[in-house]
Design a protein around this ligand. Sequence first.
Ligand SMILES: [Cu+2]
Length: 160
Amino acid sequence: MKQLIIASLIGLSVTVWAQSTNVKVEDAWVRGTVATQKATGAFMRLTPSANARLVSVSSPAAGVVEIHEMAMEKDVMRMRQIPGLDLAAGQPTELKPGGYHVMLMDLKAPVSAGQTIPLTLTFEDAAQQRFTQEVQAPVRALGAAAPMKHDMKPGMHHKH
Ligand SMILES: [Cu+2]
């Protein structure tokens, strides 16, 4: 039964002429957060069957999701939003700590190990046709997670 469905899907994509691009998503995970943390990263490896571009990501766990890169700016590593991430046919692109990542912001609740975060990845193929892929990313607790600087509150001095 399953083979029959797959066979008919393949037959369909051939008759539709344009071979549809798909993207293999591997080792997706989300970094666990502490209670006060409102943002975290999602990481994975993306390998497209043909040239494609990751253009957006959404998740029910976060109010805002952006695609970020890390870059050196005057000797300081900073992360910044990019409009999309180009993926070359057959080449794995790593989203990993210290590099490209999906930034989950405005988290609705802290995320911790044992949870699975649904992500919807939207890609654009070479003909600029968009397609989406659902990913279930398990949360990994990382004790070494550096606190985010913009979460620090100034003015908390001790009085002696
Ligand atoms: Cu980021």
